[in-house]
Design a protein around this ligand. Structure first.
Ligand code: GDP
Length: 197
């Protein structure tokens, strides 16, 4: 798939106010600073579609973009955002989980993790929750350009070991970099395959 058009549709905190579920939808989520906005911008080849962390007052909103008038890309609030209180973080997480569990046109969630970091508890907890609910997701490793191939493979193996404690099968994993656009094609192909199914 080539992204010919990516248009911002709406931002909100209310799941009920998301666009009508009339097209397939793909969500992107991860800890704050994981590189989610950069990846969305790399995928859509737009510099400023998703707001990057350097933007003051970075939003904790559910953002919808319409891609090629065919599918929705949903940019979910980053979890573990250090600048907000624990109560606020829990509130965002409830909103996100409500969205993921109830959004009927949601085909897949891309869970982003920084390839340089060992598996973190809140990432694993989130994946655990997705798995228990039977919700489809992929693990997207970000910032691959910051790590050599050898170290990256070790980190991925570590994830697999951790996940193996709970699951027999691993979710699909895609290694990406917004700098080099590594993995962008794979993500778009993955979306294409589901859309064409
Ligand atoms: P978000 O909070 O998850 O939306 O993260 P951002 O996209 O704002 O990225 C956080 C920081 O990581 C920024 O300084 C980005 O320039 C940097 N970054 C994001 N993706 C990459 C990447 O693939 N490679 C490198 N080298 N830096 C990245």
């Amino acid at each position: 798939m080539k992204i010919k058009e990516a248009v911002f549709v709406v931002s909100n905190t209310d799941v009920e106010k998301c666009p009508a579920p009339d097209r397939p939808e793909y969500a992107f989520i991860g800890r704050s600073n994981v590189g989610k906005s950069s990846l969305i911008n790399a995928l859509t080849k737009q510099n400023k579609l998703a707001k990057t962390s350097s933007t003051p007052g970075k939003t904790q909103l559910i953002n919808h973009f319409l891609i090629n008038e065919e599918w929705y890309l949903c940019d979910l609030p980053g979890y573990g955002y250090a600048q907000v209180s624990k109560t606020e973080r829990e509130k965002f997480m409830r909103m996100v989980k409500k969205y993921i569990a109830s959004r009927e046109n949601l085909m897949n969630t891309f869970v982003l993790v920084d390839i340089r970091h060992e598996p973190l508890k809140n990432d694993l907890d989130f994946m655990q929750w997705m798995g228990e609910k039977g919700l489809p997701f992929c693990i997207v490793f970000t910032k691959a350009d910051k790590l050599g191939q050898g170290k990256a493979s070790k980190l991925i193996a570590l994830y697999k070991r951790k996940l193996k404690e709970t699951w027999e099968e691993f979710p699909p994993m895609i290694v990406t970099s917004s700098e080099t656009r590594e993995g962008c094609k794979e993500i778009l192909q993955y979306i294409d395959e589901i859309n064409d199914y």
